[in-house]
Design a protein around this ligand. Structure first.
Ligand code: CP
Length: 306
């Protein structure tokens, strides 16, 4: 049974095909309005979410399907100690596909290994968030018209920011990509991401603490929230949380066609005064996420039938 746990589960051809389907959905939504008639998506969210859960649910409704939902462990039998494996086996009796968010790294894989229906990882701890990467890729494609020859800056919490790890992997497949990794020393990109992606594929990258210095070179600036929920020590979080706040002043030397992204939720990383700047793309990312999740649901349900 095909599931999506990590963005590496999708080949480059499959990523490109998902983008094509999403663009077709945008152009011809009526063609897809009954595609999932009679099918049910179960959203199992054991960690907070606004965008991911609601966009999965909106995606399924717009495909003509239905949704079953568990939000927070307290309202399900997980609160009584039920395992992820048993939960996945149980939900397989009611639904056709699962989207699951869980605070523990590897939980989505455990669910996929025990479910008899496709499982989509909607975020497992600090590990992966592949459908955010799909949203990010569609945003880059719609804004830039390409993936090749881009300088992409990631700024903020590159240690715990799972969306950063997945997007670096996805973009590393294209030609002429350069990365600028902007973070405090304590929140640098983990060595395993560097070793398994950047170094393995000999991708050019620089690490810096200087956002304004990096700004003129960037085609994409991907801001991230400092992930309070992953810190062991509140003092460290408070010290690091406002290291980077993007303001209009900091954009003075940015390119006219810079694409400013953020997976959201935003806490304080981007001043709201930037929201009306035509370079601000983070709410477009939110909408693009729904289209890519529609394309992904269609793909996994189709593959489950053969
Ligand atoms: N980007 C994202 O995953 O947002 P939520 O946590 O609101 O789902």
């Amino acid at each position: 049974m095909r599931s999506l746990i990590d963005i590496v589960d999708l080949s480059t051809a499959e990523l490109d095909a998902l983008i094509s389907v999403a663009l077709d959905i945008i152009a011809h939504p009526e063609k897809y309005s009954d595609s999932c008639k009679g099918k049910k998506l179960a959203t199992l969210f054991f960690e907070p979410s606004t965008r991911t859960r609601l966009s999965f649910e909106a995606a399924m409704y717009e495909l003509g399907g239905n949704v079953l939902s568990v939000t927070g462990g307290a309202t399900s039998s997980v609160a009584k100690g039920e395992s992820v494996a048993d939960t996945a086996k149980t939900v397989s009796c009611y639904a056709d596909i699962i989207a699951m968010r869980h605070p523990k790294e590897g939980a989505a894989l455990v669910a996929a290994n025990n479910a008899s229906i496709p499982v989509i990882n909607a975020g497992d701890g600090g590990h992966c968030h592949p459908t955010q990467t799909l949203a990010d890729l569609l945003t880059i494609y719609r804004e830039k018209g390409r993936f090749d020859n881009l300088t992409v800056g990631f700024c903020g919490d590159l240690k715990f920011g799972r969306t950063v790890h997945s997007l670096i992997n996805a973009l590393s497949r294209y030609n002429g990509i350069r990365f600028v990794l902007i973070s405090p020393e304590e929140l640098k990109l983990p060595s395993y991401v560097k070793n398994e992606t950047l170094k393995k594929f000999h991708l050019p990258y620089v690490q810096t603490t200087d956002l304004e210095g990096a700004m003129p070179s960037l085609d994409i600036l991907y801001m991230t929230r400092v992930q309070r929920e992953r810190f062991f020590n509140e003092e460290d979080y408070l010290r690091l949380r406002d290291t980077y706040i993007l303001t209009p002043n900091k954009l003075r030397k940015a390119k006219e066609d810079l694409c400013i992204m953020h997976p959201l939720p935003r806490v304080n990383e981007i001043s709201v005064s930037i929201d009306d700047d035509p370079r601000a793309c983070y709410f477009k990312q939110v909408l693009n996420g729904k289209y890519m999740r529609m394309a992904l649901i269609l793909k996994l349900l189709k593959e489950a039938q053969v």
